[in-house]
Design a protein around this ligand. Structure first.
Ligand code: NAD
Ligand code: UDP
Length: 316
């Protein structure tokens, strides 16, 4: 049996990944210290004998007493609110956490996949962003703690690949959304849905003309699965190229929730990227992958999830 270790497996993306790997017949070991994740995200997996959660901080070196075929490193605070609140932990998990998990993969002879991010492109001067673009990142700005941790992580993964021949993959994930995001994690998708369902104003940062390209979680997980099973060691963008302004996104959420919310304009955060769209030519060519879930459909599923959460928490 194939065993996959997923760090950050109790988070939003990690929990979907654990689910997919179990469905593919893997044994799954989730290592997560629950700093931004929650055992609720993996509650439905707990009774599966092939699933195990170890509560541990991956910045502290650890051992696993069984064979491990794949290490998928997803541990990191990921929303701007989280990584601005946890700047040192974010830098440590991207550097020490990546180093420790690479060491584990070396020791076990595992394949290794790093969850990187479109943030490595910073506020991009090339549009859309191909993997060959080196980015425009402010290392000393507030977002630098996340961007540079991921850039360091990528450099470390490539060094292990080149120096030790480790079998590595790097996925650059573009804004992904879906069920199990935290309603108050500050990212635009949960923020707007939460506000729309409460008929509160949607907080648009800046003038809302900045763009993002949103990918539904199932499409992302499919891309990661294909990347894991490919031979590509170079970074791979996985994201949905359908780009829109934050204002257009606010309208879509208001429409789909049937909300009476208005817009409330707030200050644009420092170094907030003005544009972002993945060039997915490499994923198309090498993985035969492209996203298939339209925004309206993915958003509907996500809105249903948030509605159900509000109902069970009794606050909505
Ligand atoms: P998340 O916060 O829901 O998940 C991150 C998980 O990592 C949490 O469960 C958290 O408890 C765990 N974690 C953090 N530090 C840890 C540590 N030191 N030791 C053990 N566990 C730790 O966020 P997410 O959106 O699911 O992001 C998962 C990964 O994907 C992150 O690495 C993130 O940078 C990357 N990513 C996500 C997106 C996106 O759009 N969701 C975009 C780009 C990259
Ligand atoms: N944003 C917004 N209102 C919010 C949260 C975010 O207008 O309540 C904007 C934010 O300024 C950014 C975009 O939405 O331009 C996406 O933000 P998010 O934090 O989701 O992701 P990232 O900036 O990392 O792409």
């Amino acid at each position: 049996m194939t065993t996959s270790l997923v760090t950050g497996g109790a988070g939003f993306l990690g929990s979907h990944l654990c689910e997919r790997l179990l469905r593919e017949g893997h044994r799954v070991i989730c290592v997560d210290n629950l700093i931004t994740g929650n055992t609720r995200n993996i509650a439905h997996l707990r009774d599966n004998p092939e699933f195990k959660h170890i509560e541990h901080d991956v910045t502290i070196s650890f051992q696993i007493d069984e064979p491990v075929d794949n290490v998928l490193n997803f541990a990191s605070p990921a929303s701007p609110i989280d990584y601005l609140e946890l700047p040192i932990q974010t830098l440590k998990v991207g550097s020490l956490g990546t180093h420790n998990t690479l060491g584990l993969a070396m020791h076990k002879g595992s394949r290794y996949l790093l969850a990187s991010t479109s943030e490595v492109y910073g506020d991009p001067l090339v549009h859309p962003q191909p993997e060959s673009y080196w980015g425009n990142v402010n290392p000393v700005g507030p977002r630098g703690v996340y961007d540079e941790a991921k850039r360091f992580g990528e450099a470390m993964v490539m060094a292990y690949h080149r120096a030790h021949g480790l079998d590595t993959r790097i996925v650059r994930i573009f804004n992904t959304y879906g069920p199990r995001m935290r309603p108050r994690d500050g990212r635009v998708v949960p923020a707007f849905i939460h506000q729309a369902l409460a008929n509160e104003p949607l907080t648009v940062f800046g003038d809302g003309t900045q763009t993002r390209s949103f990918c539904f979680v199932d499409d992302l997980v499919e891309g990661i699965w294909r990347l894991l099973n490919s031979d590509t060691h170079e970074p791979m963008n996985i994201g949905n190229p359908t780009e829109m302004t934050i204002l257009e996104f606010a309208e879509a959420v208001i429409d789909l929730t049937g909300s009476s919310s208005e817009l409330l304009f707030k200050q644009l955060p420092t170094d907030d990227p003005k544009i972002r769209q993945p060039d997915i030519g490499r994923a198309r060519a090498e993985l035969g992958w492209e996203p298939s879930v339209p925004l309206a459909e993915g958003l509907k599923t996500t809105i249903d999830y948030f509605r159900a959460q509000l109902d069970t928490s009794g606050s909505g």
